[in-house]
Design a binder for this molecule. Structure first.
Ligand SMILES: [Zn+2]
Length: 843
């Protein structure tokens, strides 16, 4: 039911006379529009306006506004998010950081498939919560303004809409900065002297008619906006064509932000929003006041509009193919028009309308999802003329590396697939695939992107495309489709993923963080054993596997010689790694160990990471194959740990690394299992938020503590339903947080067991933390709790709720908002030492 999106940036290939480009990230292969969507697309083709909505993160966008712009006003609509949301927390899995950025990118694309807006990004990294825009802009750097200007010059919007005000009401430094950047870029995009490199690359200066601010209205209960001079619009209109109101679509779109737990209601009825004129010609009646939204604004466009009007009038839902001759005429007229972004966009949309009206189905399915450089892959091509409109095939090609050949004017039989399997050689020097913005390490707050023309694009182009050239009703028509892999999931049904190019060896460390403990029962020698799991891929390969370790570290053996054959099973080889420096001199040591496979001089050092979440297409990343080794004095007395997993975190792996046996507890275990066998029970991040039954089972956990157990609760999100429910005494989870990862950590109770037993925590243990100190601290809490640490961000009051401790009966309870879920996987030594104390009950 969803319209395909059309990307601005695919348009640089328009010169190749591509008639129907399938944008990466769409449901695969390209969907065919039903009659209602077809009609809506034709209506949109008659509108030549463009809007660009600007905010900071995935989820900032007002999806009701986007839906209304794209489907109500029917203008081309873009959402420019400064960041990919990589600094947030993940409600539905353990992936954070870069991986979360990839997930959120796909959630935005899934949302855009529903509201039919397009998605754009800058290079800015979501480095975590920022309390002011000065800090944000300093970390992001000046390049981000260039990126906003680039997207404006590429899209050439008539109206720019900001989500936030450029002041402290925006609540988050990234938000405020997004408005400041949009306002500065509004003027800068029009000035040829600003960012002239973009002009040299073929972009032209552009001045939007106006920039407006979409004033806040976050709750249904909010009073109507009576600020004088604001423009009022109703976003809640019902569209009988699709049987939905725009706000219903908006709720569905917003619910794609599943990693943030942003399932949203689908609102029905009038829903007023307001705009404030900020720059440019003020609007008095409508957002697009004074903008010609018709084809008349483009010289020679009147003929196009007349043909589109005719197509719309003659569209028969039973026989959409009947309007193909008019659509081809419109296409020919459109081809004569100047090369304006909206014209290029509408050429693509019209090609999709033609393909949909004809009911044509084209697919290119690879025999496996991952292919190695230098290998051969078979690709099954299929073309199906389902309406019997009379289609002939003139040429097929798969590129790069596949055949390109004539099809000798082959006539397609009605609703009978033409199919052929071709062999495609993957070039020996083909680059590995993956998110383009992660291909090189970032510089401070911005991603490194080698090809500037790619900036703004939501994702990487497909590794391989098939192209079918047809003649339909005597007119040439080409369809391009990405080569994909298809399989059937027993629960989800048919699934697709893009074809990826990956090395002929798959390797990964058996654990991403290892502890080389210098004392304690886990390992007293300061040495650790690392396993590398090696899986053969699609080619035979022989070579040596070795580890690259930091200077002065030693590794045994030096290497393994391995012969890999496709289809063989996994092998795990082990290396003993000994950090070089003495941990007693410097207990805050950590190092990165890299796996390298050398096949006759050709070196492979990456691993394949697959992110599989049901609501987005499966994503493949190829980061370096590394393990982090924590070399520190880490003692732990935890032997037998019960773990109540919440939204997913690295706690269980860390506990195993500390030498504990870990049992993951389901609700039934908490309800009726023997909890007394655990010396510690740890509640994972957000378990009380994601497992509502846990709240009802709280008495069981409290009696476990009363009988002598230690219960450690990691951060939960602030939720009134949790008030006074997660500890033995009254306590509230607040929104207090400390975002500066170097913020001074002060000890409130010297010699508290949590700071001394078994590891004596020193100031150096708070060095090297990543992204933030913590979040969702307790506040307030009952006097029975002891607050152990205090910290605060600059110019903020002291926050004392990051680590609470209480005795209860014979046992102890700990609540911590410290961000162990980030520090443990990052291998921060001091965080490992402190976490070990939390799970080591004093005897
Ligand atoms: Zn935000």
């Amino acid at each position: 039911m969803h319209l395909p999106r059309h990307r601005a940036f695919a348009l640089c290939v328009a010169s190749m006379f591509v008639l129907a480009v399938h944008a990466a990230g769409d449901p695969l292969p390209p969907p065919v529009m039903d009659a209602a969507r077809l009609r809506l697309a034709l209506e949109k083709l008659r509108v030549t306006g463009t809007a660009l909505y600007v905010a900071a993160h995935p989820d900032d966008e007002n999806t009701a506004m986007l839906t209304w712009l794209a489907n109500g006003v029917k203008v081309r609509t873009g959402y420019l998010a400064m960041t990919r949301g990589d600094g947030g927390q993940n409600l539905i899995g353990p992936d954070v950081g870069d991986r979360l950025g990839v997930i959120r990118t796909q959630e935005l694309l899934a949302a855009r498939r529903i509201d039919d807006a397009e998605q754009f990004f800058t290079r800015a990294i979501d480095f975590g919560f920022s309390k002011n825009p000065e800090e944000t802009l300093e970390i992001w750097g000046h390049d981000i303004l260039a990126d906003v200007v680039r997207v404006i010059r590429t899209l050439r919007p008539d109206v720019i809409v900001t989500r936030f005000a450029p002041d402290s009401t925006a609540g988050h430094g990234h938000h405020t900065a997004s408005a400041m950047l949009a306002e500065e870029a509004y003027a800068a995009a029009a000035d040829p002297a600003r960012f002239p490199d973009q002009i040299a690359q073929g972009l032209k200066p552009w001045k939007a008619k106006r920039l407006v601010w979409n004033a806040y209205r976050f709750s249904a209960a909010a009073a109507p906006d009576t600020t004088p001079g604001r423009l009022h619009v109703d976003l809640g209109a019902y569209d009988p064509l699709i049987g939905r109101s725009f706000t219903e679509l908006a709720g569905e779109s917003r619910s794609m932000h599943k990693s943030q737990g942003f399932g949203a209601a689908e609102r029905r009825g009038a829903w007023e929003n307001t705009f404030e004129n900020k720059f440019g010609d003020p609007a008095t009646r409508e957002v697009f006041d004074g903008v010609d939204l018709t084809w008349k604004r483009i010289p020679g466009g009147a003929k196009v509009d007349a043909l589109l009007a005719r197509a719309l009038k003659e569209l028969d839902p039973e026989r959409p193919q009947a309007i193909l001759p008019v659509l081809f005429q419109a296409r020919d007229e459109m081809a004569k028009l100047p090369d304006d972004p909206i014209v290029r966009h509408h050429r693509e949309l019209l090609a999709d309308v033609i393909r949909s009206a004809s009911g044509l189905w084209v697919e290119a399915i690879a025999e496996r999802p991952l292919v190695s450089p230098g290998s051969t892959v078979r690709v099954a091509l299929s073309v199906l003329d389902r309406t019997g409109v009379g289609t002939r095939m003139s040429a097929i090609s798969v590129s790069p590396g596949g055949p390109q050949r004539e099809a000798h004017d082959l006539a397609l039989a009605p609703n009978t697939a033409w199919a052929e399997t071709v062999s495609v050689e993957v070039r020996f020097d083909a680059p590995l695939t993956g998110p383009y913005w992660l291909a090189a390490p970032p510089v401070r707050g911005a991603a490194t992107v080698a090809d500037p023309t790619r900036i703004g694009e939501p994702e990487s182009p497909p590794a391989m495309r098939a192209r079918v050239e047809l003649v339909m009703l005597g007119k040439p028509f080409a369809i391009e489709t990405p080569v994909v892999y298809r399989w059937v999931d027993p629960v989800q049904g048919e699934r697709y993923r893009t074809l990826e190019i990956a090395p002929p060896i798959r390797m990964k460390f058996d654990r991403e963080v290892r502890l080389a403990a210098t004392s304690g029962p886990a390992n007293g020698s300061g040495r650790t054993r690392l396993g590398v799991v090696v899986s053969p891929a699609d080619m035979a390969l022989r070579g040596t596997l070795s580890l690259a370790v930091p200077e002065k570290w030693s590794v045994k053996p030096e290497s393994y010689t391995l012969g890999l054959k496709p289809g063989a099973s996994d092998t795990t080889v082990f290396f003993d790694v000994e950090p070089g420096t003495s941990a007693t001199e410097d207990h805050a040591a950590a190092g990165t160990v890299r796996a390298v496979f050398d096949a006759m001089g050709r070196k492979y050092n990456t691993r394949v990471v697959e992110l599989d979440y049901a609501h987005i297409p499966l994503q493949t990343m190829q980061p370096p194959a590394v393990a982090r080794v924590v070399h520190a004095q880490v003692r732990s007395t935890a032997r037998n740990v019960g773990y109540v997993m919440g939204s997913g975190d690295a706690g269980p792996d860390a506990l195993r690394e500390l030498g504990a046996a870990v049992t993951l507890l389901v609700d039934g275990d908490v309800e009726s299992g023997d909890l007394s066998r655990f010396d510690v029970i740890v509640i994972g991040v957000r378990a009380y938020n994601t497992r509502p039954r846990l709240r009802a089972l709280q008495p069981r956990l409290m009696s476990y503590v009363a009988n002598g157990g230690r219960l450690v609760v990691q951060y939960q999100t602030a939720d009134n339903a949790l008030r006074d429910r997660i500890g033995p005494y009254p306590m509230t989870v607040s929104r207090d947080r400390v975002t500066v990862e170097q913020a001074e950590m002060r000890t409130l109770i010297p010699d508290h067991p949590l700071l001394t037993t078994p590891n004596r925590i020193e100031p150096g243990d708070f060095d090297g933390w990543v992204q933030e100190r913590g979040l969702y601290f307790a506040n307030p809490w009952d006097a029975q709790y002891q607050a152990v640490l205090s910290a605060n961000d600059p110019n903020e009051p002291e926050r004392k709720g990051s680590l609470l401790y209480a005795k209860y009966g014979k046992g102890t309870f700990v609540y911590t908002g410290l961000a162990f879920f980030r520090q443990l996987p990052a291998g921060v030594p001091g965080a490992w030492r402190l976490f070990a104390n939390l799970v080591s009950p004093e005897r």
